[in-house]
Design a protein around this ligand. Sequence first.
Ligand code: ADP
Ligand code: MG
Length: 250
Amino acid sequence: MVLIVDNLSKTFGGLQAVDQVDLKVEKGDIHAVIGPNGAGKSTFFNLISGFHPPTSGKITFNGNDITKMPPNKIARLGIARTFQTTNLFEDATVLDNVIIGNRLRTKSGLWDAILRTKREIREEKESMEKAYQALDFVELTELANEPIANISQEQKKRVAFALALATDPELVLLDEPAAGVNPDETDGLSSLIQKMADSGLTVCLIEHKMSMIMSLANRIMVLNQGKRIAEGTPDEIKNNPVVIEAYLGS
Ligand code: ADP
Ligand code: MG
């Protein structure tokens, strides 16, 4: 198992955003997380990636207990994520966004700002190479020097994928990658997600677009009001009355 989530909970004040959720993700899986708005999906990703400390429960990644680790350490161990809203530096180029993003995600800040050792410089070369590899993977090499402001929404989503891939992850958490993209432009993003899995990455995917989920995912977890109400193959989930009720009731 790449990822084992055990009895994970998060409360915000009186709100139980994630409520005793268990999840096991196998290497090479495309494991979807679905559920109505406010179900706790993004919070669940925030817990795995270290952006919020869990209230209780345990997260194990490749045998390491990452429950209390900070985001940069988790990123270095091999978990990358994209955000529901893509926050890129609009005036900077595609390439610079990937390089800067990589630093912001994997470094702890202060120390790096004041220390530029030989190792640092070598790492910088590496991060440039990683950035180019990632842009090649998402098929944006030709736009490397284009400012973000000049590219389409779908291309920005590809940049967000590249940001995640540049940290050299084993597990990628994609939070609504197709949100805000024209419905007729989502096929390319689907192909990229499939390409990630085909290249050996493990993917967890939050998405509302059901056709995308049903064609990509090999497993689906359904959250409702913080609780896991179902988990299974797309066929099992499609025919599960509990899931249908959760969506109709929302
Ligand atoms: P989803 O991604 O499934 O739409 P979220 O995980 O974003 O749901 O939110 C789940 C619940 O937790 C919502 O009620 C939301 O308002 C609340 N929530 C999320 N993040 C925070 C936060 N940082 N502080 C307080 N409440 C939050
Ligand atoms: Mg969300």
